[in-house]
Design a protein around this ligand. Sequence first.
Ligand code: MG
Length: 284
Amino acid sequence: MTTWPIGVFASIDAGLGVHFDVVRELKVPTIQLHAPHAATRTAASATAFLKKCADAGITVTAVFGGFDGESYADIATSARTVGLVPEESRAARVQEMKEISDFTRLLNCNTVALHIGFVPHDTASAEYRDLITATQDLLDHIAGNGQQLNLETGQESADHLMQFIDDVGRNNLYINFDPANMILYGTGEPIAALKKVGHFVRSIHCKDARWAAPDVRGTGWGQEVPLGDGDVGMETYLRTLHELGYTGPLTIEREIPQDPERQKADIGQAVRLLTHLRAKILGS
Ligand code: MG
């Protein structure tokens, strides 16, 4: 694969990603896939989807897990509902994530990804230790499929995320870096965070956002905006990735599934911006 192929976050049957038809129309060569529901995670649907991808010249570079009951309505709700952190749903979600890993293998893809949730701050607490154990169990299953797990950034500071990865102590746990999430959740300046965790970054999102007002930062959302219109600084972001030696896909994420026309237009604009910046930075 060439350096920095453009990508987009897409869906088969549901979820936050764009429809496959839009990916094809925009001629984007790679996708990260929002994992489909259980009924669709069959060998037959994997084969059919791979054929669609092959016909359109599209490579699946990661499959993102997501679960019923998750809500990103506000930061407090996200903390209560997202990922493997909520204890009442953890065992079922670990099991479902293992099944998503198995489906990902059917797609010939070596990367699964996940919002793990708000990792508890107290690293001496039982809830932190339990989350470590559950994550290790999941990673061992994923390793059996020859895969890595990339954790989405945003819900933790860079330092806390690195501490967690270190404490899990497995060699197939990496990072999907999303600069906009650092801003949306108010967890840290994204370029500084990227420099801290860069050696663990195996995939990325190209998404942009504006900071929440200082008095609500960390408790109230920032605002997601079209790529290039926010506070990330796309050229600086890409130059920093280049310095870190990142050569993987530039996967555009625009999370407004309620407005598909706008989503498509914004992604088209993002493709043009990234194509321009890639040529400027790589000279090709
Ligand atoms: Mg993201």
